[in-house]
Design a protein around this ligand. Structure first.
Ligand SMILES: NC(=O)c1ccc[n+]([C@@H]2O[C@H](COP(=O)([O-])OP(=O)(O)OC[C@H]3O[C@@H](n4cnc5c(N)ncnc54)[C@H](O)[C@@H]3O)[C@@H](O)[C@H]2O)c1
Length: 381
C-alpha cells in the first residue's frame, strides 16, 4: 500500500480527501492535483478497484490535459470503491457526494468516468441541492451529450487534418485505419469521411475489416447503430482480417481509438502509417514512440488529439448555472479551433526541440502550469 504522502511532488497533489460511510459501506477518494490555473475538474469513477494511487495518477493527467488545451481548470479526479452494478449504487453515490460537500462544487466539480452514467450525475446534483455540483447530466437537464454528439472523435479527425497539413500530406484522399469503433472511433470515421479521407480499416472487440479501396463509412455507422460491436460480422464489408492487423495495414494515418498499450516495441516496426493520431488514452508505449520517431512516423499525442471531450466539458462547466443549453455549434467550432491550433503548436515545438511530440507537448503544458504557480506565488518568482 502506498503512503499518500509519497504521492506528493513538485506539482501536487494539493489535497487528497478520503471519505467513508459505515451504513452504505461507501469508501472513496478525491484528489485535487494542481489548481494553479483553475479549480479541480476531472471525471468521477466507480469501480471495485479504485485506489488512491490510481486516482492521483489520473488527476495528474488532467492537470496536463487542461494546460495543454489552454483551458483554465486544474487537474483533479475522484473515485468510489464500489461495483457500479450494485443495487446500492445510488445510496453509495449519495453518501459519497454528501461526504465531499465541503469540496464540491467550490474546489471540485464531479463528472463522468468509468462506472457512472448521466443519471448518476443528476443524483449528485440532487444530493447536494446544487446544479453546479456535477456535469455530465442528461440533455433533458441541460447536460452536454458528449458521446452522442461525438465530440472527442470529431476533434481527433480535426487534429489529424491539421497535423497532416503540417506534414505536407493533406488529409483529403489519405487512407485511414481506425482501431475501435465506439464513441471515439465512429465519430472520428464520420468526420474523416466528411473531410474527404478514405477509411480503409476499422475494428471492434469482435473483429476487423479491411478494404484497400475504402469502406463505406455511412453504411458502417448505420450498422453500428443496429448491431453495435457486432457490425464487423453482421454487416461485413471488405475482407475480415485478424484482430490487431488493422494497426499494420497499408495506410497513411493510423488512429488507435480503443485500448491503451496497443502499439508497443513488437509491432511499432511494422506500422505503415506516417502519422499516428492517438484517439485512445496511452495507446503507444514510450518505447514504441521512440521507434516510430526513428522511423520518421509522427505520433500526435492523446492529450492533444482526444481533447475534444475536455473542451466540451469546459462548456458544460460554464452552463451549470445557466438557464440556457450550451450551443452545440459553438462547442464544435471551439474544438476545431483549439485542437487544430494545438496540434500545430506541439508539432512545431517537437521539430524545434528535436524531441517527440509527447515530450514537446508535455513540456509546453508544464511551462503553463509552472508560470501560473509562479504568478500566484506558489513557487519563488
Ligand atoms: N469517449 C470519450 O469522450 C473519450 C475521451 C478521451 C479519451 N477516450 C479514450 O478513447 C478510448 C475509446 O473510448 P470510447 O469512449 O470510444 O469507448 P467505447 O467503449 O465507446 O468504444 C471502444 C471501442 O473499442 C473496441 N475495442 C475494444 N477492444 C478492442 C480490441 N482489442 N481491438 C479492437 N477494438 C477493440 C470496442 O469494441 C469499441 O468499439 C479509450 O481509451 C478512452 O479512454 C475517450
Amino acid at each position: 500500500m502506498t503512503d499518500a504522502l509519497l504521492l506528493v511532488d513538485d506539482w501536487g497533489p494539493e489535497k487528497i480527501v478520503v471519505v467513508s460511510h459505515r451504513r452504505t459501506g461507501m469508501k472513496g477518494v478525491l484528489v485535487i492535483d494542481n489548481t494553479a490555473r483553475g479549480i479541480g475538474k476531472g471525471g468521477t469513477r466507480m469501480s471495485p478497484h479504485v485506489s488512491v494511487e490510481e486516482i492521483a495518477r489520473l488527476a495528474r493527467v488532467m492537470t496536463w490535459k487542461w494546460a495543454s488545451v489552454d483551458l483554465f481548470y486544474g487537474g483533479a479526479k475522484a473515485g468510489v470503491v464500489a461495483d457500479p452494478s450494485s443495487p446500492d449504487k445510488e445510496a453509495i453515490l449519495r453518501a459519497f457526494a454528501r461526504a465531499l460537500s465541503n469540496e464540491v462544487p467550490r474546489e471540485y466539480v464531479m463528472g463522468l468516468d468509468m462506472g457512472l452514467t448521466e443519471d448518476d450525475a443528476a443524483i449528485v446534483q440532487d444530493e447536494l441541492g446544487d446544479r453546479g455540483a456535477a456535469v455530465g447530466t442528461p440533455e433533458h437537464l441541460g447536460g452536454v451529450a458528449y458521446d452522442r454528439l461525438g465530440v472527442t472523435g470529431y476533434g481527433v479527425a480535426e487534429a489529424a487534418d491539421a497535423a497532416a497539413d503540417f506534414l505536407g500530406r493533406p488529409l483529403a484522399g489519405a487512407r485511414i485505419a481506425i482501431q475501435g469503433f465506439g464513441a471515439v472511433g465512429n465519430a472520428a470515421a464520420r468526420r474523416f469521411a466528411e473531410l474527404g479521407a478514405t477509411v480503409v480499416a476499422v475494428s471492434t472487440a469482435k473483429g476487423a475489416l479491411h478494404d484497400p479501396a475504402g469502406l463505406d463509412v455511412p453504411a458502417l455507422l448505420a450498422a453500428r447503430e443496429e448491431h453495435g460491436d457486432d457490425l464487423v460480422s453482421r454487416h461485413p464489408q471488405g475482407t475480415a482480417i485478424p484482430s490487431g492487423r488493422e494497426l499494420t495495414v497499408d495506410c497513411d494515418i493510423l488512429v488507435p481509438a480503443a485500448l491503451q498499450d496497443v502499439i508497443d516495441e513488437d509491432n511499432a516496426p511494422d506500422i505503415k502509417a506516417r502519422l499516428v493520431v492517438e484517439g485512445a488514452n496511452l495507446p503507444t508505449s514510450p518505447r514504441a514512440q521512440e521507434i516510430l520517431a526513428r522511423r520518421g512516423v509522427t505520433v500526435l499525442p492523446d492529450f492533444v488529439a482526444n481533447a475534444g471531450g475536455v473542451v466540451a466539458a469546459a462548456f458544460a462547466m460554464d452552463s451549470r448555472y445557466s438557464g440556457f443549453r450550451p450551443g452545440t455549434p459553438a462547442i464544435f467550432e471551439t474544438i476545431s479551433d483549439r485542437l487544430r491550433a494545438n496540434a500545430v503548436t506541439v508539432l512545431e515545438e517537437a521539430r524545434r526541440r528535436d524531441s517527440t511530440p509527447h515530450t514537446a507537448g508535455r513540456t509546453l503544458a508544464e511551462e503553463r502550469v509552472r508560470t501560473a504557480m509562479r504568478s500566484k506565488g506558489r513557487i519563488p518568482r
